[in-house]
Every structure is written in C-alpha cells, then in structure tokens.
Design a binder for this molecule. Structure first.
Ligand SMILES: *[C@@H]1O[C@H](CO)[C@@H](O)[C@H](O)[C@H]1NC(C)=O
Ligand SMILES: *[C@@H]1O[C@H](CO)[C@@H](O)[C@H](O)[C@H]1NC(C)=O
Length: 560
C-alpha cells in the first residue's frame, strides 16, 4: 500500500480548494455589488412560508430537514397535525394552542409536514445519534429538562421524555462522543455538563465546570459554548474569549489555551466557530492536527448598549489556533465584513461559508442592525490575505434566530430570522421570516463538470479499518492525478444560534486513482481509523475533483 505523506495531503486540499482565488482580488472593497457582478454563488427561494421560523435545523440521513422554533410563541402559520391542540395554562402566549412549531421539510419536493412538540424547545440543542435518530435536549419553561427524539420515517413524529436531563438546559451546546453518547454543556445558570442518553432513567449525574462561571460576564456572553472533539480525545470548549480542553472521562481540565484577543464571541455577542477540516494521517500512530477557527462576535457590553438603543459595530476578526500544538497561539485574521450572529457551514470542498447575521448590535429581541446580506467564503489553505471571498447577497435579512445547513447536493439551506417577541410580520424593523432559501456556493455553477459517484464498495456501512473504493464519473480531464481528488466526509450538524453542533469534516487519505477513459475513475480510500477522529454515525461522503464536489452519499461509520 502506497501512502501519501501528511504534508502532501495538505497541499492537495489547498490545490483542490484554490480554484476561486482570482475572485478574491476583486473583493478588497468588501462590497456586495462587486461580488454580485462576479457571480460568487446564487440564491434561490425554496418556499415563501413553511409555517414556522426555522430557529433550529437538523439534516437527517433520509435527507429530510427537521426544523422547530418554540411552543410559547403564539399562532404560527401551520396547524398541529390530526387536529391536535396543546393545553397549558402556564403558556405565556396561548393557553390552548393548535399551532405547530416544528416541521419536516422534503427539500426535493418542497413538501412540508407539521410535527408535534408539546413542550417548549426555545433556544435548545441537539445531535444526530449514531443510529440516525435525532436527539434534542432542553429548552425553556416546561421544556427545560425534556429530551425529545425523532426517528427518520415518513409518518414519524417527536417523542418527548420529561425529566430526561438532570439540569435545565436553555442555551446549552451538544457534542457527540466517540462512544456514541452526547455531552450537553452549560445553559443559562448552569455551570456544569451531563451526558445523554442516560443508561438508567434514574441516573441524574451532572459534573460541575468552573470554566463556565469564570467566563460569564455582565452580558452573559458565554452561552451556547463552542465545542469541538479534538483528535486527542479531549473536548475543546470555547466560551466568551477563553478556551480549555476537557477530559470528560476524568472530568479534569487538561489544558488552558490563551484567551482570544478582541470582542466576546458567544451568545448574545454571538460569533461562530468551526474546527477546520481534519486531514487524516498515513497511519494510526501519526497524530492528526486540529485547528479551530472562531469568527465574528461583538464587544462584551454590546447587548447592554443595544438594549439602550446604541448599536455597536460587530467584530471583524477571526481567531485561528492549532489546538494540537504544544504551545498554541491565536493568529488573527480580518474578515471583509463585520459580523455578529453569522453561521459557519463547512462545505464539501473543505472551505467554510460564513453566512447570515448583522453588522451591528447583538443577538436578542430587536437588538441587531445592518443585516449582512453577503456570505463570505473562507479558504483555510489559501495564503493569508487571500482566504476570504465575498459572495453574492441574499435579499432577505437573516438575523437573530436564523440558521443554515449543508444539504447532500452541496447547496446550503438558509432559513429563519425572528428578532421579535412573537411571530410579527408588520410594524417591525425585521419581520419574522417563515421563508427558506437555497444558497448555491460558487462550485455549483460548474454543474456540467461535477463528478458523480457511481458506486461505493464495499458499501454504505463503513468500518474503521477496511479500505473502500469509489467509482466515479467525471468529465473533468485529470492532469494531476490523485492530487486533484479529495474525498471528504461531513458529519451533519444540529444548527441554531450560529452554532453548528457536531459539524466536522474529515479529509480521507486516497490513493491509487485508476481509469479516466470515458471519464470513469476508481479511487481507493482509507477510512478514519478511530472513533475519536470520527465518532460513529452518519456522514455525507463527497468526492471532489478539481474543486468541484459530487453530490454527497450517506454512509454510516460503525464499530468493527
Ligand atoms: C400564512 O399561510 C397562508 C396560507 O396558508 C399564506 O397565504 C400567508 O401568506 C402566510 N403568512 C405568512 C406571513 O407567511
Ligand atoms: C409587533 O410589533 C409591534 C411593534 O413592537 C407591536 O406593536 C405589535 O403589537 C406586535 N405584533 C404582534 C402580533 O406581536
């Protein structure tokens, strides 16, 4: 077996993602109009109304997207299924409520199916379990300790487990772990974490975490902490301006990283974060590097000022740190546009889309201003100064309570935005948005030249040890051989409040590109070698040929 050295793998990622570089030069003026002229991506309305505002979004392995907002929000624009109503005399909005607050979207047919949630899911968290069930945790009011599950099937609906959590979790974050459990961290007033699902329903352990009280400031800028499972098995945790890594097995903080200079980065000074693509190494003894990127946010007192009518400019910076270094330092990069409440979406090419949000103010009711309509592409392997590219603008502001999600065809689903106390469509600065849009990143315009995966052998259930082969068809002439090929696996995320929980992208080691006659190719791939690198469960597998990604194929990575 021929191996590729690690650095060459990096170079290949750079080559495969640099195809849009010349555009970056145009963008120095940071002006959307220029980007529009240069055709950087395309917007398309999917549906004017899905009946609710897509505050939380999760993509399931059957390609449906589950969305929900909150139950104590008053009348939505879609009724609960089967003539159901919720009766709750403590509900703030409607004591008898026959409106749905969750839907399932089929983005191929544009069909929307209302779902039943009975307890409040406001500002909650979730994760796709290894078996493909969606697990949602917490919320507010009567839903703060509820765990809800949803199975992907055409007639399935939510099941709710009261007292599923040890503590109330409102604004908490989740991360799936190598053993398939989910860690749920923080939440308003909760300086601790716990695990779900519980092995025993009477098990209500929780573990204190001082870091969460230390990072709390006057505006509580440490909610919805950013979590990333590092290749050494510890959990990287970022809140406000600080970061640690936690050994969640022994419950010890194992490292304290330097503070990120500048603004606050977490809710309500909401920035966003992603771990950069994990480039998998030649063998299991070679360490895998992990870099974390944190972008946007707002000055620490911004929420306080905004509530008094003073809307401070959002952060313009990103911090990037190699969390696996011996003495890591943040390097600071400047975005072309200021942004608070941006979403970061990992694309199949290993690039990162920064989308949605505002140029001033913070998260919260009525406190965001200057919607940032232009997404920005971040190319992690381009030289500094050429990493950002401004893309074409949407016409719909997506502020507080908006979200975005990568779809299996490589487009990005964008929805939500409700900076109002209820559904409010008139007499407000930014009306509640019930619409959904598709954003096609620049690679979609290369439609004719997109490669197509024709078969995956030995199959769609993958082990951590067995090499597999991808047969694909591509009209692109291959001149650089295997160096032009990337095989990436993207873990689907649960997205809300600019946090894409569990988002993770692996760049697999590929070798032995064969064929090319009549555009038919075959490539050999090495799976991720451990559950620490890639927790078990569903992933979207993409083949990228010369910067152009195939449609994603769902695979399930399991224990051997
Ligand atoms: C609510 O739904 C009706 C159709 O069911 C539609 O005509 C109306 O425009 C929708 N309202 C909003 C604000 O989307
Ligand atoms: C919408 O907001 C406006 C302005 O704050 C307020 O006067 C109105 O009552 C709100 N409507 C609803 C339906 O909440």
């Amino acid at each position: 077996m021929k191996g590729q050295p690690h650095s060459k793998q990096r170079t290949r990622l750079a080559m495969a993602t640099l195809s849009h570089l010349p555009l970056a030069l145009l963008i120095l003026a940071a002006c959307c109009v220029l980007a529009l002229a240069s055709g950087g991506g395309q917007w398309k309305l999917l549906k004017r109304s899905i009946g609710i505002s897509a505050m939380h979004m999760a993509l399931l392995p059957n390609n449906r997207v589950i969305m929900f907002d909150r139950t104590d929000f008053g009348p939505s624009n879609v009724s609960l299924p089967n003539g159901r109503c919720r009766k709750d005399r403590h509900d703030r909005a409607l004591q008898t409520d026959c409106w749905a607050h969750s839907v399932e979207l089929n983005w191929v047919t544009h069909g929307v199916r209302p779902l039943t949630i009975l307890t409040d899911t406001w500002c909650s968290s979730g994760a796709l379990a290894p078996d493909g069930h969606l697990i949602q945790t917490g919320g507010s009011n009567d839903g703060e300790r509820v765990v809800r599950t949803f199975s992907p099937c055409a007639t399935c609906d939510w099941a709710e487990l009261p007292d599923g959590l040890a503590m109330p979790r409102w604004y908490a974050s989740n991360q799936i772990l190598p053993d398939g459990r989910i860690i749920v961290v923080g939440g308003r007033g909760q300086f601790n974490y716990e695990f779900v699902p519980k092995t025993d329903p009477s098990e209500h352990s929780m573990y204190p975490l001082e870091f969460l009280s230390e990072t709390r400031d006057d505006c509580e800028n440490n909610l919805y902490p950013f979590l990333h499972l590092l290749p050494d098995g510890t959990l990287f945790l970022f809140a406000n301006t600080k970061a640690i890594s936690l050994d969640y097995i022994t419950h010890r903080v194992v490292r304290t990283f330097p503070a990120l200079p500048g603004e606050s980065r977490n809710y309500p000074s909401t920035g966003s974060s992603t771990m950069l693509p994990l480039i998998l190494a030649v063998n299991s003894t070679q360490p895998v590097d992990a870099e974390v990127l944190v972008c946007g946010g707002a000055p620490s007192h911004s929420n306080f000022q905004a509530n008094k009518g003073v809307f401070l400019p959002a952060s313009r910076t990103c911090g990037r740190i190699k969390a696996t270094d011996e003495s890591p330092e943040w390097s600071i990069e400047t975005m072309p546009l200021k942004r608070v409440m941006g979403d970061m979406v990992m694309l199949p090419t290993g690039e990162i889309l920064i989308i949605n949000g505002a140029g001033k103010g913070t998260a919260g009711w009525g406190v965001g201003r200057d919607p940032v309509l232009c997404p920005v592409l971040y190319k992690p392997d381009a030289p500094i100064g050429h990493r950002f590219e401004v893309l074409s603008p949407s016409s719909t502001p997506r502020l507080y309570h908006s979200s975005a999600q990568l779809l299996s065809d490589g487009r990005v689903l964008v929805g939500g935005s409700n900076p109002n106390r209820g559904y409010n469509f008139s007499g407000v600065l930014f009306p509640t948005e019930l619409s959904l849009e598709f954003f096609s990143p620049p690679y979609i315009k290369l439609k004719w030249s997109r490669p197509k995966i024709t078969s995956l052998k030995p199959g769609r259930t993958m082990s951590y040890t067995q090499h597999f082969y991808i047969n694909f068809y591509s009209r692109k002439q291959s001149t650089k051989g295997v160096d032009e090929i990337l095989v990436t696996m993207v873990a689907p995320s649960f997205t809300t409040h600019s946090v894409s929980m569990n988002q993770r992208l692996l760049v697999l080691r590929v070798m032995g590109l064969e064929g090319g006659h009549d555009g038919a190719y075959r490539v050999e791939c090495v799976p991720p070698v451990s559950a620490v690198l890639a927790p078990p469960g569903y992933y979207l597998l993409f083949l990228v040929h010369g910067g152009s990604p195939s449609r994603g194929v769902w695979v399930r990575l399991g224990k051997d």
